[in-house]
Design a protein around this ligand. Structure first.
Ligand SMILES: [Zn+2]
Length: 53
């Protein structure tokens, strides 16, 4: 199971994360509520919908 871009099916995608700046071991947590503007595809170089499959 991987997140993929809805446009090109690339797995080279990113999502906005919170980063705990005061923790030595950073805990990242997705802040996206599924809005495409929180997602980014490095291949399309655009905001995109992500599919998990
Ligand atoms: Zn893409």
């Amino acid at each position: 199971m991987k997140w993929t871009c809805d446009n090109c099916n690339s797995t080279n995608v990113q999502v906005k994360m919170w980063v705990m700046v005061n923790e030595e071991n950073e805990h990242n947590e997705s802040v996206s509520d599924g809005e495409s503007e929180d997602n980014w595809c490095n291949d399309c170089e655009t905001h995109c919908k992500l599919n998990y499959k």
